[in-house]
Each structure stands twice: as structure tokens, then as C-alpha cells.
Design a protein around this ligand. Structure first.
Ligand code: NAD
Ligand code: 3DD
Length: 509
């Protein structure tokens, strides 16, 4: 009698093998979806002069030859242009999205097909991403992109999830134990621990340390990911050098501000079709993203207020005629709520219970812990609130025990993208031109790490200012901007090199 062949282990509740042999996994690799994606990649490149210029500058030189880059960054059309720029510069790539709702499926398909391939004969890069992943599928995708013959030697991260998985994996292998999923502090934390247990069962207890040792560095895209890196420097647990791309001026003072100015109301309108003009809108946090979000809402003539903890940012708001309010006291006054703090527990259940009927609630920060989604989902589980899907990433939460809704019954709130970043969950994120500046910094950071990672030790650094100014220069022609030339005499008068950098490191743009 044949011994029954042991069924390969499946990964958590996904029914996927823990490690797949599939070269990619996307929602739809049909010819039409690939065509649509390829066309949008072509159009996007024209709007991404920084990346186009780097492709030209490094044509035939392959500065990233030998680089094996694992990318965890929203799989959008703009990211597709970044990926194909890195490939043109010589890199090998494996890619996932850094959010369960942010993938644009046609971008994923077109990136798998590649410029020389087709839906039937894909010649692009391995992408494991689709819009609407479950959390288990999300971490499965991250694991597949890291699982590479000989391992990746660079990471390009947005929010730090890929960096986190490698660090936790190596840490627990060193300590000899992986905490039980029962000790988890959230659903996502539980899934991460289960991921690490599944890997150990499948690959033993020396899978992550060799991978971590092979990784020469990471470039981090966003504020929250950078915060996590500095926490590791503080705790002396950072395993490899990191370049903080977010704090390039041509990233955070453009993407975080003008990108959100463009994409916040785009998302609210696509999700709800609500008139924003005249409505009272509250933005929690008045940093770069908060400033862009306020401008976005003001562009639609909303009446805007902010909350802040930082007196300097609060004073900036006052100077712009924006009210600075305290959420607990004013929650019932607003029609639209946007969190942009990079912090957690900003809008809590007690706030939701006091909100106007059909108030719109969304987050544009990186993670979904700014809004207490776990708290409101818990109320749904208890039967005290009904969750109604209006359409994908748009839900009505109908409270049963409040009395200020229609006919004195329970009120509702409309939550977008389930509390995840709304501009990528309910729209397509920032426009190509803005992402061009961010991704030109990313490409420069990857080249710097590939060429000089060991020079940085286990630290977090920012790209030098002359590269920041180079990124800005690469984007001026598109606007027909004409720079003034600084004379030698003027340069010495203000004490800067004639060719720049034109500002000191302490300068605040
Ligand atoms: P930032 O540090 O410049 O701004 C955050 C602001 O929130 C700060 O001014 C801080 O004082 C304030 N804040 C913190 N805790 C608060 C609280 N409890 N109440 C009120 N205000 C509080 O950061 P940023 O660059 O604006 O990024 C904010 C978030 O947005 C981060 O998670 C970042 O990763 C993310 N981000 C998202 C996008 C996007 O496209 N969705 C783009 C860039 C950055
Ligand atoms: N982000 C916003 N729009 C994006 C797009 N179209 N493609 C990729 C990523 C995009 C998020 C970025 O702003 C990222 O830099 C961040 O979160 O800071």
C-alpha cells in the first residue's frame, strides 16, 4: 500500500504553500490588463523626468549590476516605473506591495510582463501583490519576495515591514525561540509570529540569519519606516545600514505635502462622491502630510481645522488661519476626519460614538492604527454595530445603541479603506511627477548602498544635499523653470559654493 504522501504545509489560512515555486502571483495577467498597464507605464515615464534622466545618465553602465533588491512598496504604476529603472540600471528585483489595498492590479501585471514580455510569455520581474490581499496573504507575499536563491542583498522598503520580518526572524533564531502567537498584541502581530513559526517548520532555524547577513542595506521611503529604523539604532538592533529617503527634502517636502494635496480629496471623492465644499473637515496632525491634506481640503473649500501636539506645527496652523482644536471636545462638529500623525490611537471608539451621522472617517498615515479599527470591529463582533460594505474599501458602521441618528436611532459613520492609507486604498495615490522625485532619491540611495554600504556601519543616514539639489534640478525643465546663475562674488558673499549646495544642513525648507 502506498504511504500517503504528506500534504505540503500550507501557509496559515491562505491555502498557499509556505514557499511557492510560482515565479509571480498577481490578480490578473490577461493580455488586456497587461496592455493597459504597459500603456500607463509608458505615459507615467514621461511624467517622471528624474527617473528618465537616471536611465539616460547610466545607460550601458549598469551601476546596480549584482544588486538583488527586494522591494516592499505600494505596487502602483509609478512604482512600476521605479522597478524598471532599477532593472535598466542592472538590478535583479523581487517585489511586493507594502499595503493590502494599494496595489494597482494592472501595474502588477505590466511589471510581471515587462517591456519585452507578454501576458503569455512574461519577461519582467517577480511580483507578489494584488489589491485586496488578506493580512495572511500580505505576509505570504513578503516571504516569497524575500525567498531568493542566495537571498536579497538590498531592501527597498516603505514602512519597514520587510526590514521587520528579517530582523525578527534573525533575532528569534539567535534567541532559539519564537514567541507564541498567543502572546501577540494585535491580529497583524499574531500573523507575523505565525509566519516565523511556519518558516521554521519548513526551513529549520537557520533561514533568516544567513539572509540578514547577506543584506548590505535598506533604503526607507516613509516617515513611519524611518521612525522604526531610528528605534532600532537606539536599541542597537539594526543589522545593516539604512538610507532615510523620506528626509531628502525633495521627498518629504514634495511627496508628503504635494502628493497628499493631490491624492487625498481624489480618494474621498472616488469613495463617497460627497461634496467637500462647505463641510467641516478635521485633519489630525499638521506635519508634512497634514499640511498637504489641509491644502487638499481647502482646495475644495472645506472649512478646515487641525489637531496637534507640537506647538510649532500648531502655531503654523494659526498663522494660516486654521483652527487648532482638541478632538475630544469638538468631535461632534465635523463632517470629515483625516488622521495624518504617524501615531496610534488617534480616533478612538469613544470619538466615533459621538460623531455626526454619516461622518466620513479616513486615515492617510502609513499604518491602520491611527483609527481604532480593532475597537469598532469588536463592537461589530458583539452585535452592537453593523458593518455594511457600500463598495470595496468603503464601509458604513451603523451603531445600534446611540440615539442621535435618523429618527432618534443609531447613527452611522463611513470609514474608508478600513482605516488604511486612503489615497492608495480608495484612489491611485500621488501623481507620477511627485513620485518621480521620491523615486529618483530611492534609485540614488540604492546605487549608494550597492557601491558603499559598508562605509555606513549600522546607522541611518540621509543622502547628501548635492544629490537633493540634483533631484530638484531634474524636475525643473518640466515647468519651464529658469534658474538664476550665482556669480562667484555673490557665492562668496553668502558663503556657498557657486555650484551649490545652496543651503546648510540645518536649513528648513
Ligand atoms: P510628520 O512627523 O511630519 O507629521 C506628523 C505630525 O503629527 C507631527 O507634526 C506630530 O506632532 C503630529 N502628531 C503626532 N501625534 C499626534 C497626536 N496624538 N495628535 C495630533 N498630532 C499628532 O510625519 P509625516 O511625514 O506628515 O507623515 C505622517 C504619516 O503619513 C506617516 O505615517 C507617514 O509614513 C505617512 N505618509 C503617508 C503618505 C501617503 O501617501 N499616504 C505619504 C507620506 C507619508
Ligand atoms: N505613495 C503615495 N502615492 C504613491 C504612488 N502613486 N506610488 C507609490 C507610492 C505612493 C506613498 C508614498 O508617498 C510613500 O513615499 C510614503 O508613504 O511616504
Amino acid at each position: 500500500m502506498n504511504a500517503t504522501k504528506a500534504k505540503p504545509a500550507t501557509f496559515l489560512d491562505t491555502n498557499f504553500p509556505v514557499f511557492t515555486t510560482e515565479p509571480h502571483k498577481v490578480a490578473d495577467l490577461s493580455a488586456e490588463t497587461v496592455r493597459f498597464g504597459r500603456k500607463e507605464l509608458e505615459l507615467a515615464l514621461i511624467e517622471m523626468p528624474g527617473l528618465a534622466s537616471l536611465r539616460e545618465e547610466y545607460k550601458g553602465k549598469f551601476p546596480l549590476k549584482g544588486a538583488k533588491i527586494m522591494g516592499s512598496l505600494h505596487m502602483t504604476i509609478q512604482t512600476g516605473v521605479l522597478i524598471e529603472t532599477l532593472v535598466e540600471l542592472g538590478a535583479e528585483i523581487r517585489w511586493v506591495s507594502c499595503n493590502i489595498f494599494s496595489t494597482q492590479d494592472h501595474a502588477a501585471a505590466a511589471t510581471v510582463a515587462g517591456p519585452e514580455g507578454t501576458a503569455d510569455d512574461p519577461k519582467g520581474v517577480p511580483v507578489y501583490a494584488w489589491k485586496g490581499e488578506t493580512l495572511s496573504e500580505y505576509w505570504w507575499c513578503t516571504l516569497q519576495a524575500l525567498n531568493w536563491e542566495g537571498g536579497p542583498n538590498l531592501i527597498l522598503d516603505d514602512g519597514g515591514d520587510a526590514t521587520l520580518l528579517v530582523h525578527l526572524g534573525a533575532e528569534y533564531e539567535n534567541s532559539g525561540t519564537i514567541p507564541s502567537p498567543d502572546t501577540a498584541t494585535s491580529d497583524e502581530h499574531r500573523i507575523i509570529l505565525k509566519t516565523l513559526h511556519a518558516v521554521r517548520e519548513d526551513k529549520g532555524d537557520n533561514f533568516w540569519r544567513p539572509m540578514a547577513a547577506n543584506i548590505r542595506g535598506v533604503s526607507e521611503e516613509t516617515t513611519t519606516g524611518v521612525m522604526r529604523l531610528y528605534e532600532r539604532v537606539e536599541a542597537e538592533t539594526l543589522l545593516f545600514p539604512a538610507i532615510n529617503v523620506n528626509d531628502s527634502v525633495t521627498k518629504s517636502k514634495f511627496d508628503n505635502i504635494y502628493g497628499c494635496r493631490h491624492s487625498l480629496v481624489d480618494a474621498i471623492m472616488r469613495a463617497t462622491d460627497v461634496l467637500i465644499a462647505g463641510k467641516k473637515a478635521l485633519v489630525c496632525g499638521f506635519g508634512d502630510v497634514g499640511k498637504g491634506s489641509i491644502q487638499s481640503l481647502q482646495g475644495q473649500s472645506a472649512r478646515v481645522s487641525i489637531t496637534e501636539i507640537d506647538p510649532i506645527c500648531a502655531l503654523q496652523a494659526c498663522m494660516l488661519g486654521i483652527d487648532v482644536v482638541e478632538l475630544d471636545e469638538s468631535v461632534a462638529d465635523f463632517d470629515i476626519f483625516v488622521t495624518s500623525t504617524g501615531n496610534k490611537d488617534i480616533i478612538r471608539l469613544e470619538h466615533m460614538l459621538k460623531m455626526k451621522h454619516n461622518a466620513i472617517v479616513c486615515n492617510i498615515g502609513h499604518f491602520d492604527n491611527e483609527i481604532d479599527m480593532a475597537g469598532v470591529e469588536d463592537l461589530v463582533a458583539k452585535g452592537e454595530c453593523e458593518k455594511i460594505e457600500i463598495k470595496a474599501q468603503v464601509h458604513e458602521f451603523k451603531f445600534k445603541n446611540t440615539t442621535h441618528g435618523p429618527n432618534g436611532k443609531g447613527h452611522s459613520i463611513i470609514v474608508l479603506a478600513e482605516g488604511r492609507l486612503v489615497n492608495l486604498g480608495c484612489a491611485t495615490g500621488h501623481p507620477s511627477f511627485v513620485m518621480s522625485a521620491s523615486f529618483t532619491n530611492q534609485t540614488m540611495a540604492q546605487i549608494e548602498l550597492h557601491q558603499n554600504a559598508e562605509a555606513y556601519g549600522k546607522s541611518v543616514v540621509v543622502l547628501p544635499k548635492h544629490l537633493d539639489e540634483k533631484v530638484a534640478r531634474l524636475h525643473l525643465d518640466k515647468f519651464g523653470a529658469k534658474l538664476t546663475t550665482l556669480s562667484e562674488d555673490q557665492a562668496s558673499y553668502i558663503g556657498v559654493p557657486q555650484a551649490g549646495p545652496y543651503k546648510g544642513d540645518a536649513y528648513r525648507y
